[in-house]
Design a binder for this molecule. Sequence first.
Ligand SMILES: Nc1ncnc2c1ncn2[C@@H]1O[C@H](COP(=O)(O)OP(=O)(O)O)[C@@H](O)[C@H]1O
Ligand SMILES: [Mg+2]
Length: 320
Amino acid sequence: MTEFAQSDLSQSDLSQRDLAQSDVAQPSLAQANLARDTSTRDASAQASPADDSDKPALSVRHLTKTYAHATSPVLNDVSFDVPKGKVFVVLGPSGSGKSTLLRAIAGLEPIQGGTIALHGDVIDEGKPGRLTGRSKRASALRTRIGMVFQSYDLFPNKTVLGNITLAPTLVLKRKSSDVRDEAMQLLERVHLADRANSWPHELSGGQRQRVAICRALIEHPEVLLLDEITAALDPEMVREVLDVVLELADNGQTMVLVTHEMRFAEAIADHVILLEDGSIVDSTDDPKEFFTHPQSERAKKFLGSFEYKRHDSQPASDRS
Ligand SMILES: Nc1ncnc2c1ncn2[C@@H]1O[C@H](COP(=O)(O)OP(=O)(O)O)[C@@H](O)[C@H]1O
Ligand SMILES: [Mg+2]
């Protein structure tokens, strides 16, 4: 797993032309009917080198993580399994440890306790004294775990196609014509084939995130980790990225995703956990029930924080 350098691009780089070419006319998430039947998902559609394994695609056991100079663990005895082809949604307030959890799974953060396994193959084991540096296995993991971050982390000096083909050709030494063909197929899938030769600064935020997803997919990750990938997008671009993620789920891609889009989480999740202060405080494989009738006080409080209510009860129309 390689962490790509973050570009210094921002949405202020968008030109009117780029905005006009993006699919901004799509319906907002709130208007969209996101209802879908997660039980019909075809797990066998996922291409994985360990397809014959009946072990969970990802198994996290007693994971404990403490940052250097911190007095208490940021992740505390976290355990869960993600079956192959399923979508695992991680919810939790800011600072609860969601990004740290994904980075630890990706081998970008050393862990001090517990194990992380892919299809039963332990890829990381906690070492109490190791507080800094990446997992020694991180480079071996790069083809097995893909990750897309919140920020647009494309290489600014590479075209869209160059961004997607760079690692497979340079690091994995795959045949460049094969990689290019596959990259074009992926770009077709995310409706960006016509932007293959564009530069990142010529794309909208939503388009850049779709390219970042292609860059992760070209390595055929057994597990794809998505960390708030729509959080920095303008609302009209959120939908185009979430549609791509929904399609990946329908094609059996195993995913762990952190999102603040609650309706999307409800539509896509097979399993939901709620993190608070680095511990799992709620966990369910009935996401519909979790979102519509949360049982625990913590879940109620967390989901309630997404509803906006005036503190004074005076309706706006009564104010003069
Ligand atoms: N590199 C770091 N060094 C020290 N503390 C960190 C680092 N990254 C995150 N933290 C702390 O760990 C906690 C969890 O952060 P994070 O995993 O980013 O939470 P979330 O993604 O849920 O908002 C926070 O208190 C944050 O300040
Ligand atoms: Mg985070």
